[in-house]
Design a protein around this ligand. Structure first.
Ligand SMILES: C[S@@+](CC[C@H](N)C(=O)[O-])C[C@H]1O[C@@H](n2cnc3c(N)ncnc32)[C@H](O)[C@@H]1O
Length: 268
């Protein structure tokens, strides 16, 4: 069973989503159009593939995890979109899968074999094309007063080894020059779109289950105690005027971002 197998059912509902304004901004800045093709690697339940589908002609979405692809299939059907779903690790895609104007990767780059990234991008990215590394997360600049306690709770309940891997993922998104180092691509433009969303304490507790280090499989019988503990830790951050817990919300500023990488020799 893959590390994301038991997160699939919860992922779409509880992870910070990518807002519509994000796709509009990226589409405009990259000049996306319906003659272009996009492949989304590590698609999960396909939030990026679906978000970009309105701006390009053809979309492929790739993930090795069957339950994630099933969640993607349901999301694609709900949206009434046509997206080609492919079950594969990015590194194992067949040679004849084609070339794409955009290769998007959302919150997944750190799970790929770094030594395979160079050859992978070279065969997937069409001339003049772009790699778009995307992420969406709660702002870490102090505006989310609950975030520090929340991160401490996540760490306390996480599998130690998987926690280190997900922390590595955050570093990869902060310092993209490192994964691009052994490729002919280099980190380019950063596009950030900030939006605000109200998220309940109960939903923030459920979000813990969407991370591989604290998935239902990783936690086993500790799921319920974890949910109760996270809710209790976040309670002090509930707005005082709320009388009923379920109607109280915490503010979560989300900053989805994309960093584009183009072939150095062509663009920079
Ligand atoms: C955190 S989810 C990201 C989902 C979505 N792209 C997003 O932005 O929210 C990471 C996904 O990467 C997938 N993944 C892990 N290793 C992979 C690989 N080698 N190739 C392609 N996808 C992979 C996992 O199965 C999982 O669905």
């Amino acid at each position: 069973m893959g590390r994301f197998a038991t997160t699939a059912a919860l992922y779409d509902q509880f992870r910070p989503p990518y807002p519509t304004a994000f796709f509009q901004e990226v589409a405009e800045r990259l000049g996306l159009n319906e003659r272009q093709t996009l492949i989304d690697l590590g698609t999960g339940p396909a939030p990026l593939a679906l978000g970009f589908a309105a701006y390009v002609g053809r979309v492929f979405a790739v993930d090795p995890e069957p339950s994630m692809l099933e969640a993607a299939r349901e999301a694609v059907m709900r949206a009434g979109q046509e997206i080609m779903l492919v079950q594969s690790r990015a590194e194992d895609l067949p040679e004849d899968v084609g070339r794409f104007d955009v290769v998007s990767i959302g919150r997944a780059l750190h799970w790929f074999d770094e030594s395979a990234l160079g050859p992978l991008f070279e065969r997937l990215v069409a001339p003049g094309g772009v790699v778009a590394v995307c992420a969406s997360f709660s702002a870490t600049d102090g505006r989310n007063a609950w975030l520090e306690e929340y991160t401490a709770a996540r760490r306390a309940w996480s599998d130690e080894r998987l926690w280190s891997q997900s922390k590595y993922g955050e570093r990869v998104h902060r310092e993209l020059s490192s994964p691009f180092e052994r490729t002919t691509f280099c980190a380019g433009e950063v596009i950030r779109v900030e939006t605000t969303k109200q998220t309940s304490v109960a939903d923030l507790a459920q979000r813990v289950l969407t991370y591989s280090s604290s998935s239902p499989a990783a936690l086993g019988e500790k799921v319920e105690p974890m949910l109760r503990d996270v809710e209790a830790r976040l309670m002090p951050f509930e707005p005082q005027q709320c009388s009923h817990r379920d109607r109280c919300n915490d503010r979560a500023n989300r900053t989805p971002s994309v960093t584009t990488g183009r072939e150095c020799k062509n663009t920079f």
